[in-house]
Design a protein around this ligand. Sequence first.
Ligand SMILES: [Zn+2]
Length: 288
Amino acid sequence: MLYREFVLALALGSLSGCAGAADPPKPPPPPDVVPRLEETNPPVLCIGCDEPFDMSTHKKVLDKLASNPYEAELRRALYRQDILHQFESKAHFDNCDFDSAMDYIRSLLDEAGSYVGKAEKAKADGNSQQVEILAASAFFSIGQALHAVQDFYAHSNYVELQAPKARRVADIEVIAPWRPKGRERIKELQEQGLYSGFVFWGVPQKCPSGTPSHGDLAKDSSTTKRGAVRFPHLQNTSHYQVAVFLAREASLALMADSFKRWPLLRELNGQHVALEVLVDRRGIDVKQ
Ligand SMILES: [Zn+2]
């Protein structure tokens, strides 16, 4: 029986005995592939600079990034989180588990810092190969943090809470969950009705009963139920487009903070990164 048929049969009560509440069915892992940068053609971000890009500059920068090992690690982490931590609420801001998600992001950045510390030692020892390996690991940790930061906008109702009050999309506050101020804001917003989607196969589950499901709330793409809904007062911008805008701004801020904190990473990588945003491959279309 295919997985989706199994879930449907379970929902209809035509299966019994093979999966109980303690052992809920879970979606299969997504394929372990990272599409080539040239295929996804994401926007290039200039970190700590405000450089406008025309099409030919964008193409040149993207071509260069395609062979950049640090860029590769950032993107590998973005994609692999859906495999490495497919069912953990904290890695995707699911199930109203905001505190764990924020702790998780901080711990990933601490991990990145520890790799950079070792890379600096290796640099002082003249071991350039070790510097590259350690710096790549730091970029992987940062990429994992980026994934969670982006998911805050796609998997919570932050867009729904803020967009109706905004006159322009650019006026919506960008939350940086890794900064103390961002953490405080999320806590305040929780008191004002912030929640994230309920995922029946995610752990732990901290939402009150009746919280909308991930399937109903997610804004990871323009075709999800909520992602497709438009805000007429914001020139018909969709929920997905607002979530992408905020996720991209937050990603830029996280990269800027990282390069400021660890100049070695900027030195090795250069000032440009190119990132997809809001990639969710964990089985978002599985019925909940
Ligand atoms: Zn995710």
